[in-house]
Design a protein around this ligand. Structure first.
Ligand code: ACO
Length: 427
């Protein structure tokens, strides 16, 4: 195969180099395109545009493969814990025991959150959406850690990473407890990362919290499954905000806002609301399938379809199995799971979904698990953010170390050409 692509524009031929990834993906390098041809590419939604070269996550949407730095998602969810995976995504290798212990110890030492942050939290109405509160609190953290990271210094980069890994879970637990008007909890350095999370979330005041291994395991799996997904909307946001040399916390706060939308991380909340609505309506899944297919109806089957996966989302397979196990282990029977399975079964044999290659995505079953372990619907996307944090950090770090230029797309202007200005009174 040639290592160049040829572009013919206005009868003139231009050669563009090809870039090949380790999994043989091909990109056409257009860095010199505008300078040599005067033209740009146009790709709204970036469906065909690579924004970077990355060593963090590989996915093949056609084959349904997802790997973090070469490791299959199936192995990681079954054999690693979330903190090991976080280390992998951030530093590129699974930690050995000494590296793991140091990373975890350093995180524990940073898990104190300045109590003035509680006053900021108190200022939000209890009805505020947890994602809005989380984005604001993450942004507010900057004021208590004002130094921007010198990315040339490994030590400063490491400190910033450890700080956000330590404080973010505390913030998510506070957002959760505050929405329920419960006393805020603090991090407990005797517990592992996910156990600590469970305690901070679920501990009842004045009572000892008993860990439930089913919940710890389910949460561990969900966080790993959500930990990275290459250049998705929120990650691209984190990278582009960071490319202006905004700090790590500010970039992550922007990522949280991007994740909130219903077409992205907000889909997990939307899925459960949809399943509840179908149940309340009498459980007629066929009726909702019709609505999803009707182009005059804005209804979409939430949790179905994916920009990149045109095959089963491998995360959905793992989560579906986990949902069955968790509900069984906890002795919970949730009719919403049956509705979800019914919808999936119908969609997989419906030509509308088959032709468009629409399969359940990661969010189709995650809400069923969150609900079973006691996380309310409006907190679902916060849980997603908690899982995505190491991915955002790793991608931000990679982008800064690659010295990526500021992200600044171009456009094709289609507005009015030059017009004579008229003063207000004459318009
Ligand atoms: N229900 C019904 N029809 C759908 C759905 C759906 N969930 N998803 C896509 N389609 C249809 C579109 O109407 C379109 O049909 P057409 O070709 O006849 O016009 C076709 O499938 C292609 O869809 P697009 O919107 O062009 O695909 P895109 O890649 O832009 O969107 C997205 C992907 C946003 C995920 C979309 O599938 C969707 O809205 N899904 C529901 C929301 C959701 O679950 N989001 C979570 C994604 S996973 C994540 O972010 C963690």
């Amino acid at each position: 195969m040639s290592d160049k692509a040829t572009l013919i524009l206005n009868d003139k031929s231009y050669e563009l180099p090809l870039v090949k990834g380790t999994e043989n993906e091909i990109g056409i390098d257009i860095k010199s395109l505008r300078a040599s041809t005067g033209a740009i590419t146009l790709d709204p939604g970036f469906k065909n545009t690579g924004s970077c070269e990355s060593s963090i996550t590989y996915l093949d949407g056609e084959k349904g493969i997802l790997r973090y730095a070469g490791y299959a998602i199936e192995d990681l969810t079954n054999r690693a814990n979330f903190l090991e995976v976080a280390y992998l995504l951030i530093f590129g290798e699974l930690p050995n025991e000494a590296q793991y212990n140091k990373f975890f110890d350093d995180i524990k030492k940073q898990s104190y959150v300045n109590y003035n942050m509680v006053r900021i939290l108190d200022g939000f109405p209890k009805s505020a959406h947890p994602m809005g509160v989380l984005a604001s609190l993450t942004s507010a953290l900057i004021s208590f850690n004002p130094k921007t990271v010198d990315v040339e210094s490994d030590e400063e980069m490491y400190k910033a990473i450890v700080k956000i890994m330590a404080k973010f879970p505390v913030l998510t637990a506070w957002v959760f407890r505050n929405s329920k008007d419960e006393v805020l909890t603090e991090s407990d350095s005797d517990l592992d990362y996910v156990e600590n999370l469970c305690q901070m979330f679920f501990k009842e005041e004045g009572k000892k919290y008993e860990q439930n291994p089913v919940i710890v395991n389910a949460l561990n799996q969900l966080l790993i499954l959500h930990a990275d997904h290459e250049q998705n909307c929120s990650t691209s946001t984190v990278r582009i905000v960071g490319s202006s040399h905004a700090g790590l916390f500010a970039s992550i706060s922007a990522g949280i806002s991007a994740l909130w939308g219903r077409l992205h991380g907000g889909a997990n909340q939307a899925v459960l609301e949809m399943l509840d609505a179908i149940m309340e309506d009498g459980g007629d899944t066929k009726k909702f399938m019709q609505k999803a297919k009707d182009k005059n109806d804005p209804f979409r089957l939430m949790g179905f379809g994916h920009r990149v996966y045109k095959n089963f989302d491998p995360r959905a397979r793992i989560i579906k199995k986990a949902a069955d196990e968790v509900l069984n282990d906890l002795g919970v029977s949730d009719p919403v799971l049956d509705i979800a399975k019914g919808l999936e079964e119908e969609a997989l044999k419906d030509s509308y979904f088959v032709d468009r290659k629409l399969y359940p995505n990661v969010d189709f079953y995650s809400g069923v698990i969150y609900k079973a372990i006691g996380i309310p619907v409006e907190m679902f996307t916060v849980m997603f953010a908690l899982g995505r944090l190491p991915g955002w950090i790793g991608q931000w770090r990679e982008m800064r170390l690659q010295k990526q230029p500021i992200g600044r797309p171009r456009q094709i202007y289609v507005g009015p050409t030059h017009r004579e200005f008229k003063p207000l009174a004459e318009r």
